[in-house]
Design a binder for this molecule. Structure first.
Ligand code: GLN
Length: 530
């Protein structure tokens, strides 16, 4: 499949060396932010070497949250960084996994599309990767591609080869290679050590890529000779070797990148000398580092207690709401498996995030019960809505009310798999994914909070509220305040006692932006203040 040469479109490839997890995603997103600030239309893509087809089945405790796009792609949390930094809505084509491409190559082979040829990683997989890059780049001025993992990882070699070949496809002058390396500080000798970074750059050269810029991550500010040394050993010009020590907030990184040599690299590469307009970023950072006179605490009733990445978008949405309301937000982790009323009492508001499986569910039901009883501000997200419905039904006297996810035989299945969907539970076939419309009840708290009559939110769930129990749910203190346009599916519930108790079957956290909090989160922080 020969692809047309795309004229004038620019591509930036961000790879990593030494360690993964040193901020390649933030670096890629920040480069995009600077290009946007120069007026470019930017697109961005993550390539991950996993053999998974998507991130839907990855364990969030290991991989962090599963980020869901508007078209229902289940992706890596880096897409969340991209959306928050670049204020874009991404889709499946922005998340490319080896597993998905291999599946496609093998399906093409079975369909006889290779005309009798031997099907190989090079060129067939590498071509599929390059096609996926061009597809994701379509329509933008500059397309940024982040390659997951570190260069030299066995499983990532096809991607590195593909981005090298890509320069042949579109012209080397239209490709910019940025390598992100880590330089450790050795406490005993009080020295920054560049050897691992030199080796990583050597590895990249070994695969035929001499980068145009190097981002050097350090834990603390490093002396200039570090950049000089890396420049000397890698052949990258010194002003394109950029030091990036840890920032106090990730949203400072676009400002650091713009103030660094990368800015000139980008100007030369795009032929656009225009100074980036960084007002948006200055405002975002100012709102974050400001000392707030007012503080609220939000209890996050969670089951994964040791990894913030698992609830990344929820935490970012809470923080963004705090910045917008000019309030400091203390996030208090409440272990759903051990939680009691004492834990709920201590905080100003409660948030029950999404989740799958029964672990910690009794504690989450207890949180919703407490919030209903004592008018504690509550935001329920997906599972957080379902446990609220269970709590209300139990308050109304249906003691065994449950979701069939946790008790398949319950007589009072207030949350269930709808008729026609049963039996498909483990096929992935019944997950409701991506954007769905909802209509909000006129005059309801959610309608007021959104300031809208109809909304669109992203979904990722399988079970639905059973409206046959509407009466019990209402008796227990909740009203259904938003549904799918046809009224079949419950999308929002809220308390009928005037407190800020709101829950949604969707995942509003994915739409929050650092300078644009989501109304439901802003509403929670606002209520917590009162
Ligand atoms: N486990 C529930 C369901 O599948 C909730 C999912 C979620 O919170 N994302 O419907």
């Amino acid at each position: 499949m020969a692809s047309p040469v795309v004229k004038n479109q620019k591509y930036i490839f961000v790879t990593g060396g030494v360690l993964s997890g040193v901020g390649k995603g933030i670096s890629a997103a920040s480069i995009g932010a600077v290009l946007q600030a120069k007026g470019f239309n930017v697109s961005i893509q993550k390539c991950d070497p996993y053999l998974n087809v998507d991130a839907g089945l990855l364990n969030p405790a290991e991989h962090g949250e599963c980020f869901v796009t508007i078209d229902g792609a289940e992706t890596d949390l880096d897409l969340g960084h991209y959306e928050r930094f670049l204020d874009l809505e991404l889709t499946q084509k922005n998340a490319t996994l080896s597993g998905r491409l291999l599946q496609q190559v093998i399906a093409d082979e079975r369909a006889g599309k290779f005309g009798g040829k031997t099907v190989q990683l090079v060129p067939h997989l590498t071509n599929a990767i390059q096609d996926a890059i061009q597809l994701a780049a379509d329509g933008s001025d500059v397309h940024i591609v982040e390659i997951g993992g570190t260069v030299g990882d066995y499983e990532g070699l096809s991607f590195v080869e593909a981005i090298r070949e890509f320069a042949g496809r579109v012209g080397r002058e239209n490709c910019l290679y940025v390598h992100v390396v880590y330089v450790p500080f050795i406490g005993t000798s009080k020295e920054f050590k560049t050897k691992p970074a030199q080796n990583a750059l050597g590895d990249l050269r070994g695969f035929g890529i001499v980068p145009d810029a190097v981002i050097v991550r350090t834990d603390s500010p490093a002396p200039e000779n570090v950049a000089r040394k890396i420049s000397m050993f890698s052949g990258v010009r010194e002003d394109a070797v950029v030091m990036l020590p840890n920032a106090s907030t990730v949203f400072e990184v676009p400002l650091s990148i713009a103030a660094s040599g990368i800015n000139e690299v980008l100007s030369r590469f795009t032929g656009n000398e225009k100074k980036p307009n960084l007002n948006k970023w200055k405002k975002i950072v100012a709102a974050q580092i400001k000392k707030h006179n007012r503080k609220v605490s939000v209890g996050l009733v969670a089951k994964y207690m040791d990894n913030e990445d698992t609830y990344l978008s929820v935490l970012e949405a809470l923080k963004a709401a705090g910045w917008a309301e000019d309030v400091g937000v203390d996030i208090v982790w409440i272990n759903a498996e051990t939680a009691t009323d004492k834990d709920f009492k201590k905080v100003d508001a409660l948030l029950v995030p999404g989740g799958f499986g029964g672990r910690g569910v009794p504690g989450k039901i207890a949180a919703a019960t407490y919030a209903l009883k004592y008018k504690k501000p509550y935001l329920g997200i997906c599972l957080g809505l379902q446990v609220a419905v269970i709590a209300a039904a139990r308050r109304a006297g249906l003691k065994d009310a449950n979701s069939t996810e946790f008790d398949p035989d319950t007589e009072h299945n207030v949350v269930y798999i709808m008729d026609g969907q049963q039996g498909k539970e483990s096929t992935g076939g019944t997950l409701r994914l991506g954007n769905y419309d909802a209509k909000l009840a006129p005059g309801s708290l959610v309608a007021k909070t959104y300031g809208k009559k109809s909304i669109v939110e992203r979904h990722r769930h399988r079970y639905e509220v059973n409206q046959a129990f509407k009466e019990a749910i209402e008796k227990g203190g909740l009203v259904i305040s938003g549904t799918s346009p046809d009224g079949q599916l419950v999308e929002f519930i809220e308390s009928n006692n005037g407190s800020y108790f709101v829950a949604t079957q969707a995942h509003p956290e994915f739409k929050s932006r650092p300078n644009h909090p989501h109304p439901l989160f802003a509403g929670l922080i606002h209520a917590a203040l009162e």
